[in-house]
Design a protein around this ligand. Structure first.
Ligand SMILES: Nc1ncnc2c1ncn2[C@@H]1O[C@H](COP(=O)(O)OP(=O)(O)OP(=O)(O)O)[C@@H](O)[C@H]1O
Length: 247
């Protein structure tokens, strides 16, 4: 489904006129199959979110290609309805002047669904994420963090994309809400038959939901492991990273 080939990305380091560049992603190549859940873990600054933005086509790689079913993700038409995302900062993910109903309608209408048809889907989408129809008329400030994140998930699944990218999307929720959201994501994945890219610091969450886990180290892929083989990782770095985050 997603095919990443020899991707490189660097940013200007220092001021606007500086010629120095920071090489953030180096020679990244991997495949993510249809319906697969791939976790991306790594220390802070290892390039996880940058890779996420490139996968979503929000930014372009300097070199290399990112293809979704053979076509460049940079092309908006390729992304619309196929790829969606849920970010950590859910407070700014939803327009504060939109009700829950309007927030969920937005992506549906971008997919050119008729307003009446889109409106009729909202109750079901809310139900899928464990919210009742009374939430339709509420504004984000009237909801708890977990509820806003559920609305973001309802928005993300509304167009039935083939892949959703979660960038630290559950890390700021408290323990029991995190567990509920993970459970919800597991169920939605089965129901809608879609894949996830799951960027996180939380190896336990990644192991719970993912099929494979990619370890990023200083912008390079250190290792990609099947979740069942997590105990038998090869590299000393991954072993240390796992010990550090599990401890
Ligand atoms: N738009 C940008 N302009 C300049 N530098 C950037 C930009 N985005 C990211 N970087 C740099 O790229 C490096 C990797 O950042 P990135 O956010 O991808 O890491 P991360 O692994 O997601 O980190 P964290 O876990 O802390 O979120 C960092 O050194 C960061 O300062």
């Amino acid at each position: 489904m997603l095919s990443v080939e020899s991707v490189e990305k660097s940013y200007r380091k220092g001021g606007l006129f500086s010629k120095e560049r920071e090489h953030v992603l180096k020679n990244i190549s991997f495949e993510c199959k249809l319906g697969e859940c791939l976790g991306i873990i790594g220390e802070s600054g290892s390039g996880k979110s940058t890779l996420g933005r490139l996968l979503l086509g929000i930014e372009k790689p300097d070199r290399g290609s990112i293809l979704f079913e053979g076509k460049k993700v940079e092309d908006r038409k390729v992304r619309t309805g196929n790829l969606s995302a849920v970010f950590q900062d859910y407070t700014s993910s939803i327009n504060p002047f939109y009700t829950v109903e309007e927030a969920i309608l937005e992506p549906l209408q971008m997919k050119r669904k008729a307003r009446e048809e889109a409106l009729s889907e909202i109750d079901h989408l809310l139900y899928q994420v464990g919210l009742d129809p009374s939430y339709r008329k509420k504004y984000p400030h009237e909801l708890s963090g977990g509820e806003v994140q559920r609305v973001c998930i309802a928005r993300a699944v509304s167009t039935e994309p083939k892949c959703i990218l979660f960038d630290e999307a559950i890390s700021s929720l408290d323990g029991s809400v995190q567990m509920q959201v993970l459970e919800l994501l597991k169920n939605l994945r089965k129901r809608y038959d879609m894949g996830y890219i799951f960027i996180t610091h939380d190896i336990q969450a990644a192991a719970y939901i993912c099929d494979r886990i990619m370890v990023l180290r200083n912008g390079e892929i250190e290792e990609i492991v099947e979740v069942e083989q997590l105990k038998d990782v090869q590299s000393t770095y991954t072993k240390k990273l796992l010990q550090m985050i599990i401890a």
